[in-house]
Design a protein around this ligand. Sequence first.
Ligand SMILES: Cc1cc2nc3c(=O)[nH]c(=O)nc-3n(C[C@H](O)[C@H](O)[C@H](O)COP(=O)(O)OP(=O)(O)OC[C@H]3O[C@@H](n4cnc5c(N)ncnc54)[C@H](O)[C@@H]3O)c2cc1C
Length: 396
Amino acid sequence: MSTPDVVVIGAGAVGAACAYFAARAGLRVRVLERGQIAGGTSSACEGNLLVSDKEAGPELDLALHSQRVWRDELAEFGPRWEFESKGGLVVSPSPSGAAELSALTVRQRAAGIEVTNVDPADLADYEPHLRPGLAGAAFYPQDAQVQPMLLTAHLLRLARELGAVVSTTTEVTGFDVVGGRVCGVRTEDGLIATEHVINAAGTWAGQVAALAGVELPVLPRRGFVLVTEPLPLMIRHKVYAADYVAAVASSDQGLQTLPVIEGTRSGTVLIGSSRERVGFDSRVSLPVLSRLAQEAIALFPVLAGVRVLRSYHGFRPYCPDHLPVIGADPAVPGLWYATGHEGAGIGLSVGTAKLLVQQLLGKPTDLDVAPFSPARFAPRWLAPDGITQGGAHAHA
Ligand SMILES: Cc1cc2nc3c(=O)[nH]c(=O)nc-3n(C[C@H](O)[C@H](O)[C@H](O)COP(=O)(O)OP(=O)(O)OC[C@H]3O[C@@H](n4cnc5c(N)ncnc54)[C@H](O)[C@@H]3O)c2cc1C
């Protein structure tokens, strides 16, 4: 390919979506991935596209924007990534939790979410295998699901059909900065010149930013998932405990587990979810897996006799304020970010990509992007180790 207009670093769901929307806008796109397609967190997650777990605010606005992209602009491709508008069911075992859930639904409804409060007596109509005696529930018809690896692969295929070039096993090792502006990236195979670089390196986006001399506070937040043997359809929706919303929003470093359960098209049931900040520690934790299993059985007693095939874990790209980073680096022209989506990067990928490409082209954005601006972090500059050419660095 001739000089690309834009280089995307990272072939996860977010990078793939950026590649697709950039190619669709007529840009020449090159994707550089150090491993394989969806080899990062996008293959170590679940594929929920949730509005139910969000309070009113910028992240919910982005989720609702992404819903429109999933359901309108990308509807024709939905079968490729197993898009399923299955709906989410949030349940509360305790009366106090039920009251909080009910208050949350009022705020969410005002913010544009479709939600139905469910009488516990009617829960069996939604999920016949749920344990009896739950105190309250709410149903969110907009919650949906995709298969994240299929999503990533097909978005890249669509981008390639529009001329994008995708290079796997190609690590970005540095930036070419001249006069303070990004002019290219370095790889083992040499320099690739370009005017725009999108850092979509997920949990490793901070490390990639450091190559350009910028500190970006993206940290890993580990999560485990259990996968059962394939079963006849017994769990129809995404089902989770009401306290999950608080766990998602918390900045606690310690272990949090809450039952999040969903069936998949292949018949396996995915059981999450845990959250803990333990760096990139990839050791399997039996106590965490055991807690996930116990909490799932407490909600769905029918799972007690079911075998677990395997478990996996991934590292959510976590920003301290729980918001993604979408937009231009305030001090290094040509460097863009689409990262930091924590536990929602699959659902938010397509809305993020659309907003980023609109910004890159200098067009009006569908949504106010100010809350996601990288400029919200106090600028902290690093030694520009990854920078070649010795051009005057913007913040040297
Ligand atoms: C247990 C768990 C459950 C989850 N469930 C959900 C869910 O249900 N719904 C949801 O929306 N989200 C979920 N998430 C979060 C979601 O997985 C992430 O937000 C999302 O995958 C991030 O995508 P990404 O493209 O930003 O990052 P990644 O998929 O990690 O992609 C980044 C890529 O950048 C590459 N890279 C890094 N450095 C370089 C370099 N120097 N050069 C070239 N390439 C590089 C990496 O190899 C990687 O492939 C979950 C996460 C976990 C851990």
